[in-house]
Design a protein around this ligand. Structure first.
Ligand code: ATP
Ligand code: MG
Length: 260
């Protein structure tokens, strides 16, 4: 069964989607079978994988409401080399409708179980909230990957997320762990960023990935071309950092690094 990793941080714009899309692609380039589940009504991971969110049907919305099977919703990202369960704004309503449903926290998990054997990694791109959609991701996941910017309030923002993960662990998913904290949009010239990056490492030790993702314009440009950054400009510093992260993750599981 594939390892299910939720990419979460309730803070907006911290690099969750960029991490989800580039890691999905990096893993695929190393021969891994990858499914990327877009669990954000913004549909950014869908678009970033080169899938048109407006016409996609069925999407995560129908899957979570039990109106479509997950295998009917997944599409293949040709450029990315991985499968995608798309999302669009319809999913925002789904969050509300799900509240009424039976086993509402386990809707995603029940669907992922059906396809988990077909993948080595399943990445879930969460929305910037700790709502029922994100709880579904955390209830289904083996682990959470938390992208963080190295700024003054970084640690403070982590408190709510860690509290939510603890609650999920107690009530819904006893085995959930933190896959790692990932320092993103890093500016090596900023003294504050250097200090916060070091503080994170001191505080969380080997829960912090060694790989640091720099601020890099090519990563920000890539989605407008419907491409992961690692495909759009593989030689860029940002793409190289995500490929390094891929190697670091694969190394943990003793998986030999291939073409990447
Ligand atoms: P949201 O909370 O809205 O879902 P997010 O956490 O998924 O946001 P992203 O969409 O990945 O964050 O990134 C926010 C913005 O920053 C995007 O415009 C993205 O292209 C850009 N960005 C992400 N990572 C980097 C980076 N390392 N360097 C430069 N720009 C980046
Ligand atoms: Mg996002």
């Amino acid at each position: 069964m594939g390892r299910i990793i939720a990419i979460a941080n309730q803070k907006g714009g911290v690099g969750k989607t960029t991490t989800a899309v580039n890691l999905a692609c990096g893993l695929a380039q190393n021969g891994q079978r990858v499914l990327l589940v877009d669990l954000d009504p913004q549909g950014n991971a869908t678009m970033g994988a080169g899938v048109e969110k407006r016409t996609a049907l069925p999407t995560a919305y129908q899957v979570l409401l039990g109106e479509a099977d997950i295998s009917a919703a997944r599409l293949h990202s040709e450029k990315g080399g991985f499968d995608v369960v798309p999302a669009n704004r319809e999913l925002a309503g789904g969050e509300v409708e799900m509240v009424e449903l039976d086993k509402r926290e386990f809707r995603l998990k029940a669907e992922l179980v059906r396809v988990a054997e077909a993948y080595d990694f399943i990445l879930i791109d969460c929305a910037p909230t700790l709502n029922l959609l994100t709880v579904n991701a955390l209830a289904a996941a083996h682990a959470v990957l938390i992208p963080m910017q190295c700024e003054y309030y970084a640690l403070e923002g982590l408190t709510d997320l860690v509290a939510t993960i603890k609650k999920v662990k107690q009530k819904l998913n006893p085995n959930i762990e933190i896959e790692g904290l990932l320092r993103v949009m890093y500016d090596p010239r900023s003294t504050l960023a250097q200090q916060v990056a070091a503080e994170l490492k001191n505080h969380f030790g080997d829960k912090v990935f060694n790989t640091v993702i720099p601020r890099n314009i090519r990563l920000a440009e890539a989605p407008s071309h419907g491409l992961p950054g690692v495909v759009y400009d593989r030689a860029s510093k940002g793409a190289q950092a995500y490929l390094e992260l891929t190697r670091e993750l694969l190394d943990r599981y003793g998986i030999a690094v291939g073409a990447g």
